[in-house]
Every structure is written in structure tokens, then in C-alpha cells.
Design a protein around this ligand. Structure first.
Ligand code: HPA
Length: 275
């Protein structure tokens, strides 16, 4: 194509039949983290099913709605539920909504996820601001033809996470007394969780947390010229090996739900404090 460009245009045109709100922030909510939507003054909402070219989420813990409205007085667009590589989508499909966000006007992308810790200093029940990442998906969402209208062929990744948003998040967390760390997030394909040997490997290569999302969306965000920020809810411990326990989706969702008010506070605070 031009297929990708046309698909973006069609999704944008459909959304524009229902609202002319120009979102400044794009927010992607991860597993167990969908409640931020309750804080939103909603102007328009769409089920992913209704949106042209949107894949349909197959994970039950994600509700699959796109919301446009106001948060902290700013126009935002929220993905309640995201698409994962392990569901069988291509990374271009996984990141399609980010392209749509950008085309609607989004300048800053904020992403949340649930992740396992591979740092001995970061424990279950704390938050980690992502400072840098390691892409272990074996692919990039930018593979294939590059559309110069969307971004450069070889985008720089020396500083994918915005230092100003990180500083604001740290300050908010400190003021409220939240346990927040900064670290490196490694993206793996999933859907199985890691073996003890894999968690240890991730620790040794320099990761602090591991999860199955976020990096594709951040890469496309950076490619398309957005400033990006990402926050992990640490839902289980992967290192050292003695700390590894069997992990269930229920455990992940329970801890993410517990951390959700803190994440919401931080995300809302960032949006309020920036112009
Ligand atoms: N590994 C990968 N993804 C995850 C984990 C984990 O331990 N916890 C939550 N998402």
C-alpha cells in the first residue's frame, strides 16, 4: 500500500464523523489498568469492533474501547485495552491505533502496562517509570516499506522516553509517597511467562522489568514524532530465582488493580502539569 496510509485515513474519517475533538495526549491502558477511563469527561467512545481497520482484542482482561474526552482539563484519547503481538497480530496491526492517534493530533503518548520485575531492588506492588527499553520481540513495527509522511526510515532511539514527563512523574510519586523506581523494560513476545533462567538472563542483559507490550507502541510513537512516557505496574518478582513463584493472570490483574489509583494519579498529574 499506500494501504496503511489509507487505513489510517479511514479510521480517522470515521472518528471525525462523531467528534471534532483534537486530542493532545494519547493514553494506552494495560492489563488491569482500565479504570483511568472513569476520570475522563467522555466526548465520544467507540468499541474497537466499530472502528475501520482496528484489530479486535482477544484478551478478556482488556475491554477494547477507544475514548475521546478531557482529562485534567486537556483533550485526550484513551485506548482501554490494547493489542498484543502474542494474540497473533503483526506489529503493524498492534501499533495501528498509535498511527491513528497521531493523525488525529496526539503529540504525547502515555503508556501503562503490567510487568514482572527482574531487579532485586524492585518488588511486586511498586511502580517503575520506564527510562529505556530492550526490544526482544525479534521484530520492529517499522519493518517493511517506510512512509516518509509518517516518519523517517531510520528513527533515532537514543532517548525514546521524555525526560520532562519522567521528572514530573517522579516528583508526583515522591510527593504522594508512592514506591516508584526508574528502569529498563524488556519486551518479550509471550504469551507464556518466563522460566527462572529467562528472568535471570533478562536481569543480566540489563533489564529491570519484563512484559509483553509497550515497546512497539513507543517505537511507533517516536517514529511519528511524539514525546513518549511509560509506566509499569510491577505485578510479580522474577529475580533472584528464589523469589519466582507461579504467576496467574488473576495475580497480575489483582496487583495492577491495586496500583491503578497511583498510576492514574501520576498520569493525570503529568497531563495537568504540562501545557
Ligand atoms: N513476564 C512477562 N510479562 C508480564 C509479567 C512477567 O513476569 N508480569 C506481568 N506481565
Amino acid at each position: 500500500m499506500a494501504q496503511l496510509l489509507q487505513a489510517i485515513d479511514e479510521a480517522v474519517a470515521y472518528i471525525r464523523t462523531r467528534t471534532d475533538l483534537v486530542p493532545q495526549y494519547g493514553i494506552i491502558l494495560g492489563t488491569g489498568l482500565g479504570n483511568l477511563a472513569k476520570e475522563l469527561d467522555i466526548v465520544a467512545q467507540f468499541s474497537y469492533r466499530a472502528l475501520p481497520h482496528f484489530p479486535i482484542s482477544t484478551v478478556e482482561s482488556h475491554s477494547g474501547r477507544l475514548l475521546l474526552g478531557y482529562l485534567g482539563g486537556k483533550p485526550v484519547m484513551v485506548m482501554q485495552g490494547r493489542f498484543h503481538y502474542y494474540e497473533g497480530y503483526t506489529l503493524q496491526e498492534v501499533t495501528f491505533p498509535v498511527r491513528v492517534m497521531r493523525s488525529l493530533g496526539v503529540e504525547r503518548l502515555i503508556v501503562s502496562n503490567a510487568a514482572g520485575s527482574v531487579s532485586p531492588h524492585i518488588r511486586t506492588g511498586s511502580l517503575m517509570i520506564i527510562e529505556d527499553h530492550i526490544n526482544l520481540l525479534g521484530k520492529s513495527p517499522l519493518m517493511g516499506k517506510n512512509y516518509d509522511e509518517l516518519g523517517p526510515r531510520f528513527p533515532d532511539m537514543s532517548q525514546p522516553y521524555d525526560s520532562i514527563m519522567i521528572a514530573i512523574a517522579e516528583r508526583i510519586a515522591q510527593e504522594r509517597g508512592y514506591f516508584v523506581h526508574k528502569g529498563v523494560y524488556a519486551a518479550v513476545p509471550g504469551p507464556n511467562l518466563e522460566t527462572k533462567a529467562e528472568y535471570t538472563y533478562l536481569h543480566r542483559i540489563g533489564a529491570d522489568a519484563v512484559g509483553m507490550s509497550t515497546v512497539p507502541e513507543i517505537i511507533v510513537g517516536v517514529h511519528s514524532g511524539m514525546r513518549t512516557f511509560a509506566l509499569s505496574a510491577i505485578t510479580d518478582d522474577g529475580y533472584p530465582p528464589q523469589r519466582v513463584k507461579p504467576v496467574s493472570l488473576e495475580d497480575v490483574v489483582r496487583v495492577a488493580n491495586y496500583l491503578e489509583p497511583q498510576m492514574t494519579d501520576i498520569i493525570k498529574g503529568i497531563i495537568e502539569q504540562l501545557d
